[in-house]
Design a protein around this ligand. Structure first.
Ligand SMILES: Cc1cc2nc3c(=O)[nH]c(=O)nc-3n(C[C@H](O)[C@H](O)[C@H](O)COP(=O)(O)O)c2cc1C
Length: 369
Protein backbone atom coordinates (compact mmCIF):
# COMPACT_ATOMS: atom_id res chain seq x y z
CA UNK A 1 0.00 0.00 0.00
CA UNK A 2 1.32 3.49 -0.85
CA UNK A 3 2.11 5.34 2.37
CA UNK A 4 0.09 8.43 3.17
CA UNK A 5 1.83 11.58 1.82
CA UNK A 6 2.24 12.80 5.39
CA UNK A 7 3.65 9.49 6.64
CA UNK A 8 6.54 9.99 9.08
CA UNK A 9 8.51 7.87 11.50
CA UNK A 10 6.04 8.81 14.21
CA UNK A 11 3.40 6.96 12.16
CA UNK A 12 5.69 3.92 12.12
CA UNK A 13 6.37 4.15 15.85
CA UNK A 14 2.68 4.37 16.75
CA UNK A 15 1.10 2.44 13.88
CA UNK A 16 -1.06 5.40 12.86
CA UNK A 17 -2.04 6.80 9.48
CA UNK A 18 -1.39 10.52 9.89
CA UNK A 19 1.05 12.23 12.29
CA UNK A 20 -1.47 14.13 14.37
CA UNK A 21 -1.70 13.64 18.12
CA UNK A 22 -4.93 14.84 19.68
CA UNK A 23 -4.45 15.86 23.32
CA UNK A 24 -7.80 15.92 25.04
CA UNK A 25 -9.48 15.38 28.39
CA UNK A 26 -12.58 14.07 26.68
CA UNK A 27 -12.69 10.37 25.91
CA UNK A 28 -15.23 10.82 23.08
CA UNK A 29 -12.87 13.27 21.34
CA UNK A 30 -10.03 10.77 21.80
CA UNK A 31 -12.05 7.94 20.25
CA UNK A 32 -13.03 10.12 17.27
CA UNK A 33 -9.42 11.22 16.61
CA UNK A 34 -8.12 7.65 16.83
CA UNK A 35 -10.77 6.31 14.48
CA UNK A 36 -10.01 9.12 12.01
CA UNK A 37 -6.42 7.85 11.65
CA UNK A 38 -4.64 10.01 14.21
CA UNK A 39 -3.37 9.28 17.70
CA UNK A 40 -4.99 10.48 20.90
CA UNK A 41 -3.59 11.12 24.35
CA UNK A 42 -6.15 11.44 27.11
CA UNK A 43 -5.23 14.01 29.76
CA UNK A 44 -5.93 12.20 33.02
CA UNK A 45 -4.10 14.33 35.60
CA UNK A 46 -7.36 15.24 37.37
CA UNK A 47 -8.81 11.72 37.35
CA UNK A 48 -8.72 9.13 40.09
CA UNK A 49 -7.10 5.78 39.32
CA UNK A 50 -10.61 4.26 39.05
CA UNK A 51 -11.75 6.90 36.55
CA UNK A 52 -8.58 6.35 34.53
CA UNK A 53 -9.26 2.61 34.40
CA UNK A 54 -12.85 3.23 33.28
CA UNK A 55 -11.72 5.66 30.57
CA UNK A 56 -9.12 3.23 29.26
CA UNK A 57 -11.83 0.56 28.99
CA UNK A 58 -14.18 3.05 27.28
CA UNK A 59 -11.60 3.95 24.63
CA UNK A 60 -10.46 0.36 24.09
CA UNK A 61 -14.00 -0.82 23.45
CA UNK A 62 -14.38 1.71 20.62
CA UNK A 63 -11.12 1.82 18.67
CA UNK A 64 -10.71 -1.73 17.31
CA UNK A 65 -7.29 -2.32 18.85
CA UNK A 66 -5.77 1.00 17.73
CA UNK A 67 -3.24 2.48 20.15
CA UNK A 68 -3.60 5.57 22.33
CA UNK A 69 -1.90 7.25 25.26
CA UNK A 70 -2.56 8.68 28.70
CA UNK A 71 -1.04 11.94 29.95
CA UNK A 72 -0.29 12.37 33.64
CA UNK A 73 1.17 15.19 35.68
CA UNK A 74 3.82 13.72 37.95
CA UNK A 75 5.75 16.68 39.42
CA UNK A 76 8.70 15.60 41.50
CA UNK A 77 8.37 18.54 43.88
CA UNK A 78 4.82 17.61 44.97
CA UNK A 79 4.43 16.79 48.70
CA UNK A 80 4.76 13.04 49.39
CA UNK A 81 1.27 12.88 50.89
CA UNK A 82 -1.31 15.17 52.44
CA UNK A 83 -4.93 15.90 51.79
CA UNK A 84 -6.27 18.95 50.01
CA UNK A 85 -7.24 20.37 53.42
CA UNK A 86 -3.69 19.93 54.74
CA UNK A 87 -2.24 21.64 51.66
CA UNK A 88 -4.77 24.46 52.08
CA UNK A 89 -3.89 24.85 55.77
CA UNK A 90 -0.26 25.62 54.92
CA UNK A 91 -1.17 28.52 52.62
CA UNK A 92 -0.20 31.89 54.16
CA UNK A 93 -3.02 34.02 55.52
CA UNK A 94 -2.01 36.90 53.21
CA UNK A 95 -2.65 34.77 50.14
CA UNK A 96 -5.95 33.41 51.41
CA UNK A 97 -7.03 36.98 52.14
CA UNK A 98 -6.11 38.12 48.62
CA UNK A 99 -8.02 35.19 47.08
CA UNK A 100 -11.06 35.91 49.26
CA UNK A 101 -10.88 39.55 48.17
CA UNK A 102 -11.13 38.49 44.50
CA UNK A 103 -14.08 36.25 45.29
CA UNK A 104 -15.85 39.08 47.11
CA UNK A 105 -15.06 41.69 44.42
CA UNK A 106 -16.48 39.55 41.61
CA UNK A 107 -19.18 37.88 43.70
CA UNK A 108 -17.86 34.41 42.95
CA UNK A 109 -20.28 31.91 44.49
CA UNK A 110 -19.11 29.07 46.73
CA UNK A 111 -18.63 25.77 44.83
CA UNK A 112 -21.69 23.51 44.66
CA UNK A 113 -19.78 20.40 43.59
CA UNK A 114 -16.70 18.71 44.95
CA UNK A 115 -13.57 20.62 43.95
CA UNK A 116 -12.12 18.74 40.95
CA UNK A 117 -8.57 19.25 42.18
CA UNK A 118 -8.90 16.76 45.01
CA UNK A 119 -7.67 13.89 42.85
CA UNK A 120 -5.07 15.87 40.90
CA UNK A 121 -1.76 14.05 40.43
CA UNK A 122 0.11 17.25 41.30
CA UNK A 123 -1.45 17.35 44.76
CA UNK A 124 0.77 14.69 46.23
CA UNK A 125 3.08 11.94 45.09
CA UNK A 126 0.76 9.21 46.44
CA UNK A 127 -2.10 10.23 44.12
CA UNK A 128 0.29 10.51 41.17
CA UNK A 129 1.70 7.04 41.84
CA UNK A 130 -1.79 5.47 41.99
CA UNK A 131 -2.67 7.10 38.66
CA UNK A 132 0.56 5.88 37.12
CA UNK A 133 0.08 2.34 38.45
CA UNK A 134 -3.37 2.24 36.80
CA UNK A 135 -1.89 3.20 33.43
CA UNK A 136 1.03 0.78 33.72
CA UNK A 137 -1.26 -2.03 34.83
CA UNK A 138 -3.59 -1.44 31.87
CA UNK A 139 -0.60 -1.40 29.51
CA UNK A 140 -1.64 1.74 27.68
CA UNK A 141 0.85 1.96 24.78
CA UNK A 142 2.00 5.54 25.47
CA UNK A 143 2.48 7.37 28.75
CA UNK A 144 3.03 11.09 28.36
CA UNK A 145 4.21 13.47 31.03
CA UNK A 146 5.17 17.11 31.35
CA UNK A 147 6.65 18.81 34.44
CA UNK A 148 9.05 15.91 35.05
CA UNK A 149 8.54 12.27 35.98
CA UNK A 150 9.56 9.83 38.71
CA UNK A 151 13.01 8.36 37.97
CA UNK A 152 11.71 4.78 37.60
CA UNK A 153 8.94 5.64 35.11
CA UNK A 154 11.03 4.88 32.05
CA UNK A 155 12.17 1.50 33.33
CA UNK A 156 8.67 0.53 34.46
CA UNK A 157 7.14 1.52 31.11
CA UNK A 158 9.84 -0.07 28.97
CA UNK A 159 9.66 -3.32 30.95
CA UNK A 160 6.04 -3.53 29.76
CA UNK A 161 6.87 -2.47 26.15
CA UNK A 162 5.18 0.88 26.66
CA UNK A 163 6.50 4.14 25.25
CA UNK A 164 7.16 7.31 27.24
CA UNK A 165 6.65 10.69 25.60
CA UNK A 166 8.06 13.72 27.41
CA UNK A 167 6.69 17.23 27.01
CA UNK A 168 9.43 19.84 27.15
CA UNK A 169 9.81 23.57 26.73
CA UNK A 170 13.59 23.84 26.31
CA UNK A 171 16.39 21.97 24.53
CA UNK A 172 18.01 21.28 27.91
CA UNK A 173 14.86 19.58 29.19
CA UNK A 174 14.68 17.57 25.97
CA UNK A 175 18.26 16.37 26.40
CA UNK A 176 17.58 15.34 30.01
CA UNK A 177 14.48 13.38 29.00
CA UNK A 178 16.29 11.69 26.08
CA UNK A 179 19.07 10.74 28.47
CA UNK A 180 16.51 9.11 30.79
CA UNK A 181 15.05 7.12 27.88
CA UNK A 182 12.17 9.14 26.38
CA UNK A 183 10.86 7.52 23.20
CA UNK A 184 9.62 10.77 21.67
CA UNK A 185 9.81 14.40 22.66
CA UNK A 186 6.89 16.78 22.49
CA UNK A 187 8.54 20.16 21.88
CA UNK A 188 5.98 22.55 23.21
CA UNK A 189 6.15 26.26 22.46
CA UNK A 190 4.94 29.39 24.21
CA UNK A 191 1.75 29.49 22.09
CA UNK A 192 0.39 26.32 23.70
CA UNK A 193 -2.54 25.92 26.04
CA UNK A 194 -1.73 24.71 29.53
CA UNK A 195 1.68 24.68 31.19
CA UNK A 196 4.14 26.18 28.79
CA UNK A 197 7.61 27.69 28.80
CA UNK A 198 9.02 30.86 27.29
CA UNK A 199 10.31 29.54 23.94
CA UNK A 200 8.19 30.00 20.82
CA UNK A 201 7.10 26.92 18.86
CA UNK A 202 9.06 28.08 15.81
CA UNK A 203 12.29 28.11 17.83
CA UNK A 204 11.88 25.20 20.23
CA UNK A 205 10.94 22.62 17.58
CA UNK A 206 14.08 22.82 15.39
CA UNK A 207 16.27 23.19 18.50
CA UNK A 208 14.92 19.93 19.92
CA UNK A 209 15.12 18.25 16.50
CA UNK A 210 18.83 19.13 16.48
CA UNK A 211 19.47 17.02 19.59
CA UNK A 212 16.84 14.28 19.26
CA UNK A 213 18.78 11.98 16.92
CA UNK A 214 16.50 9.18 15.76
CA UNK A 215 13.78 9.93 18.33
CA UNK A 216 10.70 11.58 16.84
CA UNK A 217 10.00 15.17 17.81
CA UNK A 218 6.36 16.22 17.96
CA UNK A 219 5.58 19.92 17.62
CA UNK A 220 3.08 21.44 20.04
CA UNK A 221 1.81 24.95 20.59
CA UNK A 222 -0.45 26.84 18.22
CA UNK A 223 -1.09 23.98 15.79
CA UNK A 224 -4.65 24.59 14.67
CA UNK A 225 -4.58 24.33 10.85
CA UNK A 226 -3.03 22.23 8.10
CA UNK A 227 -0.57 25.03 7.45
CA UNK A 228 0.72 24.65 11.00
CA UNK A 229 1.03 20.90 10.45
CA UNK A 230 2.95 21.47 7.21
CA UNK A 231 5.21 24.03 8.91
CA UNK A 232 5.93 21.63 11.78
CA UNK A 233 7.05 18.94 9.34
CA UNK A 234 9.23 21.52 7.55
CA UNK A 235 10.84 22.35 10.91
CA UNK A 236 11.87 18.70 11.20
CA UNK A 237 9.10 17.48 13.47
CA UNK A 238 7.65 14.03 12.84
CA UNK A 239 4.17 15.14 13.78
CA UNK A 240 2.08 17.57 15.76
CA UNK A 241 0.48 17.46 19.19
CA UNK A 242 -2.57 19.72 19.38
CA UNK A 243 -4.95 20.53 22.22
CA UNK A 244 -6.81 23.77 21.59
CA UNK A 245 -8.15 22.81 18.17
CA UNK A 246 -10.49 20.10 19.57
CA UNK A 247 -11.99 22.17 22.38
CA UNK A 248 -15.09 23.21 20.43
CA UNK A 249 -15.55 19.95 18.52
CA UNK A 250 -18.95 18.26 18.48
CA UNK A 251 -17.66 15.58 20.81
CA UNK A 252 -16.09 18.01 23.31
CA UNK A 253 -17.52 17.85 26.83
CA UNK A 254 -16.48 21.38 27.78
CA UNK A 255 -19.25 23.62 29.11
CA UNK A 256 -21.12 25.33 26.26
CA UNK A 257 -20.56 28.67 28.00
CA UNK A 258 -16.79 28.24 27.64
CA UNK A 259 -17.15 26.93 24.09
CA UNK A 260 -18.92 30.18 23.16
CA UNK A 261 -15.95 32.15 24.54
CA UNK A 262 -13.51 29.92 22.66
CA UNK A 263 -15.36 30.38 19.37
CA UNK A 264 -15.23 34.15 19.66
CA UNK A 265 -11.72 34.51 21.17
CA UNK A 266 -8.43 35.18 19.46
CA UNK A 267 -4.94 34.54 20.81
CA UNK A 268 -4.72 37.93 22.50
CA UNK A 269 -7.50 36.91 24.89
CA UNK A 270 -5.24 34.25 26.38
CA UNK A 271 -2.59 34.92 28.99
CA UNK A 272 0.43 32.97 30.22
CA UNK A 273 0.21 33.19 33.97
CA UNK A 274 1.51 31.35 37.04
CA UNK A 275 -1.60 32.39 38.97
CA UNK A 276 -3.61 29.25 38.21
CA UNK A 277 -1.20 26.51 39.24
CA UNK A 278 2.04 28.13 40.39
CA UNK A 279 3.73 27.33 37.06
CA UNK A 280 3.30 29.37 33.90
CA UNK A 281 0.16 28.21 32.14
CA UNK A 282 -1.73 29.63 29.14
CA UNK A 283 -5.44 30.12 29.75
CA UNK A 284 -8.26 32.43 28.71
CA UNK A 285 -7.97 35.66 30.69
CA UNK A 286 -10.40 35.97 33.60
CA UNK A 287 -10.71 38.09 36.76
CA UNK A 288 -8.49 35.65 38.68
CA UNK A 289 -5.59 35.97 36.20
CA UNK A 290 -6.05 39.76 35.93
CA UNK A 291 -6.06 40.31 39.69
CA UNK A 292 -2.92 38.22 40.28
CA UNK A 293 -1.07 40.24 37.66
CA UNK A 294 -1.66 43.49 39.61
CA UNK A 295 1.58 45.02 40.93
CA UNK A 296 0.28 44.83 44.53
CA UNK A 297 -0.70 41.15 44.28
CA UNK A 298 1.21 38.77 46.57
CA UNK A 299 3.87 36.59 44.99
CA UNK A 300 2.28 33.54 43.43
CA UNK A 301 2.80 30.36 45.48
CA UNK A 302 4.46 27.22 44.21
CA UNK A 303 2.45 24.27 42.92
CA UNK A 304 0.33 22.66 44.43
CA UNK A 305 -0.36 25.49 46.92
CA UNK A 306 -1.35 28.06 44.28
CA UNK A 307 -3.53 25.48 42.53
CA UNK A 308 -5.27 24.79 45.80
CA UNK A 309 -5.95 28.50 46.26
CA UNK A 310 -7.31 28.76 42.71
CA UNK A 311 -9.49 25.70 42.89
CA UNK A 312 -12.34 27.16 44.95
CA UNK A 313 -12.56 30.19 42.60
CA UNK A 314 -12.58 27.92 39.52
CA UNK A 315 -15.11 25.46 40.92
CA UNK A 316 -17.41 28.28 42.08
CA UNK A 317 -17.21 29.96 38.67
CA UNK A 318 -17.79 26.68 36.82
CA UNK A 319 -20.69 25.57 39.01
CA UNK A 320 -22.40 28.95 38.53
CA UNK A 321 -21.59 28.83 34.76
CA UNK A 322 -20.58 32.49 34.84
CA UNK A 323 -18.90 33.36 31.48
CA UNK A 324 -17.36 36.50 33.02
CA UNK A 325 -15.52 34.36 35.59
CA UNK A 326 -14.80 31.08 33.83
CA UNK A 327 -11.53 30.18 32.16
CA UNK A 328 -9.96 27.22 30.39
CA UNK A 329 -6.51 26.24 29.19
CA UNK A 330 -6.51 27.66 25.66
CA UNK A 331 -3.62 28.32 23.27
CA UNK A 332 -2.84 31.28 21.06
CA UNK A 333 -4.12 29.41 18.00
CA UNK A 334 -7.67 29.76 19.35
CA UNK A 335 -8.47 32.35 16.66
CA UNK A 336 -8.70 29.47 14.17
CA UNK A 337 -11.28 27.68 16.31
CA UNK A 338 -14.32 29.54 15.04
CA UNK A 339 -16.92 26.89 14.27
CA UNK A 340 -18.30 23.67 15.72
CA UNK A 341 -17.11 20.66 13.74
CA UNK A 342 -16.71 16.94 14.30
CA UNK A 343 -13.28 15.87 15.54
CA UNK A 344 -12.76 13.68 12.45
CA UNK A 345 -13.61 16.60 10.18
CA UNK A 346 -11.10 18.85 11.98
CA UNK A 347 -8.40 16.20 11.68
CA UNK A 348 -9.13 15.47 8.02
CA UNK A 349 -9.21 19.21 7.25
CA UNK A 350 -5.73 19.63 8.74
CA UNK A 351 -4.41 16.70 6.73
CA UNK A 352 -5.92 17.93 3.46
CA UNK A 353 -4.62 21.45 3.91
CA UNK A 354 -1.13 20.22 4.85
CA UNK A 355 -1.02 17.98 1.75
CA UNK A 356 -2.15 20.87 -0.41
CA UNK A 357 0.49 23.22 1.01
CA UNK A 358 3.31 20.68 0.91
CA UNK A 359 2.31 19.46 -2.55
CA UNK A 360 3.77 22.57 -4.11
CA UNK A 361 7.02 22.69 -2.12
CA UNK A 362 10.34 20.92 -2.51
CA UNK A 363 10.51 19.86 1.12
CA UNK A 364 11.48 16.49 2.64
CA UNK A 365 8.43 14.28 2.31
CA UNK A 366 7.18 10.83 3.16
CA UNK A 367 9.19 8.92 5.72
CA UNK A 368 12.05 11.39 6.05
CA UNK A 369 10.85 13.35 9.09
C1 LIG B 1 -7.81 22.23 28.04
C2 LIG B 1 -6.37 21.82 28.02
C3 LIG B 1 -5.82 21.22 29.13
C4 LIG B 1 -4.50 20.79 29.12
N1 LIG B 1 -4.02 20.09 30.18
C5 LIG B 1 -2.82 19.47 30.06
C6 LIG B 1 -2.40 18.50 31.03
O1 LIG B 1 -3.11 18.22 31.99
N2 LIG B 1 -1.21 17.90 30.84
C7 LIG B 1 -0.41 18.19 29.76
O2 LIG B 1 0.66 17.58 29.61
N3 LIG B 1 -0.77 19.09 28.84
C8 LIG B 1 -1.96 19.72 28.95
N4 LIG B 1 -2.36 20.59 27.99
C9 LIG B 1 -1.43 20.99 26.93
C10 LIG B 1 -1.43 20.01 25.76
O3 LIG B 1 -0.79 18.82 26.12
C11 LIG B 1 -0.71 20.59 24.55
O4 LIG B 1 0.67 20.68 24.80
C12 LIG B 1 -1.19 21.93 24.08
O5 LIG B 1 -2.59 21.96 24.03
C13 LIG B 1 -0.62 22.22 22.69
O6 LIG B 1 -0.85 23.51 22.28
P1 LIG B 1 -2.22 23.98 21.56
O7 LIG B 1 -3.21 24.04 22.65
O8 LIG B 1 -1.86 25.30 21.01
O9 LIG B 1 -2.57 22.96 20.54
C14 LIG B 1 -3.70 21.04 27.97
C15 LIG B 1 -4.25 21.66 26.86
C16 LIG B 1 -5.57 22.04 26.87
C17 LIG B 1 -6.15 22.68 25.63
Amino acid sequence: MTPHPLHTRLCDLLGIEVPIVCFTHCREVAVAAINAGGFAVLGAAMQSAEQIEANIRFIRERVSGRPFGIDLVLPQNAPPSGTADEVYASIPESHRGFADGIKRKYEVPEPENEVALHQWGGLNKGIAQRQLDAVLEAKVPVIATGLGAPPDLFEAAHARDLLVFSLVGTKKQAMAQLEKGADAIVAQGFDAAGHTGAMGTFSIVPEVVSVAGDKPVIAAGGVTTGRHLAAALCLGASGVWAGTVWLASHESDIDEVVIERILSADGSETTRTPSISGKTMRVLRCPWTDEWSRPDAPEVLKSPYQMMLTSAYLQGANDARRPDLMTEAVGQGVGFVDSRRATAEILRGMVEEACEVLGGWPVPRAGSA
